[in-house]
Design a binder for this molecule. Structure first.
Ligand SMILES: O=C(O)C[C@@H](O)[C@H](O)C(=O)CO
Length: 286
């Protein structure tokens, strides 16, 4: 059976630049979100221009030196796996700038892109800046880390990561954000970069619209990117397999206003409770 057109698998071995998976607005057939994941070995470097995009470089794991045209941050990074219970270091780089990343250890790096206006200077986002939330309850409990949420400066990018323990559901109850009808709903394209522990496992993601003109239930493998151009998009982590994903969202207005599937909204009963912000050693534990 052909794989879903919503799935962009990672390459088994990185290309010359270290890139393992890439989504551009042209490849996705949409307007705003771009995403790349890189695997760099110690001493390897990535150099790039931001062009008309602003970028959020998320150091998913490993340590690196990061620089832009005006900034240099040395020996950045703490966690060595996305499954360590602590927020990542990230760097915001505006449009019209450039960045270089030199790996000091094995590095997994996400480059999240969306249209920029050059409004804000480059900055380092440290773990203590990352708001951590435990969302859901029982089998829907998961950890949400808000890396670049709408309360923090950026022109169009929103970036968040989610840890879903095996046996749990996240992005749940199913919600969508595909209509520009503020203040009730915002239009945001979204990518999911999935990692699975242990890596031979799988996750399940359904992407569906009210009229079911889009209705796909996807088997997600470690390293897959799932595109959410529209529709509801819940994720299930099978028992025994923890699931991590990094979300990038962008659209015409930088705000996340979602609409729950009315059929399943009853499941949610005042279950979101904030915990302390990330903290140097990460504020969350599991
Ligand atoms: O609630 C979650 O588990 C995460 C989702 O909010 C996810 O970030 C998303 O779908 C954003 O639209």
């Amino acid at each position: 059976m052909p794989k879903s057109e919503l799935v962009v698998p990672s390459a088994a071995t990185p290309g010359a630049s270290g890139c393992v998976v890439e989504v551009t607005p042209a490849s996705a057939g949409w307007r705003y979100v771009g995403f790349q994941a890189y695997r760099l070995k110690p001493g390897e470097r990535l150099e790039s221009e931001t062009g008309s995009d602003e970028c959020c470089l998320v150091l998913l794991s490993g340590k690196a030196d990061i620089r832009t045209s005006a900034q240099r941050w040395d020996d950045v990074g703490e966690r060595m796996s996305v499954f360590e219970p602590k927020p990542p270091y990230s760097a915001y780089v505006p449009s019209g700038d450039r960045f270089g990343v030199e790996a000091l250890t094995e590095v997994e790096l996400a480059v999240c892109r969306a249209p920029g206006k050059g409004t804000y200077p480059a900055r380092l986002i440290v773990p203590a800046d990352v708001g951590v939330e435990i969302r859901g309850q029982g089998l829907t409990e998961r950890i949400v880390r808000n890396i670049l949420p709408e309360g923090e400066p950026a022109d169009s990018l929103l970036v968040v990561e989610v840890y879903t323990p095996g046996g749990h559901w996240s992005s749940y109850p199913p919600h969508k954000h595909d209509e520009d009808r503020l203040p009730d709903e915002s239009l945001l394209e979204e990518t999911y970069y999935h990692r699975i522990e242990p890596a031979h496992g799988f996750a399940v993601q359904r992407v569906y619209t009210d009229d079911r003109s889009l209705d796909e239930t996807i088997t997600v493998r470690d390293g897959d990117v799932v595109l959410v151009p529209r529709g509801y998009h819940p994720v299930g982590a099978p028992a025994g397999y923890d699931v991590y994903y990094l979300n990038v969202m962008a659209g015409p207005v930088r705000t996340w206003k979602f609409h729950n599937d009315p059929d399943h909204e009853w499941i949610m009963q005042g279950w979101s409770r904030p915990v302390a912000a990330g903290g140097k050693n990460g504020g969350d534990s599991r």
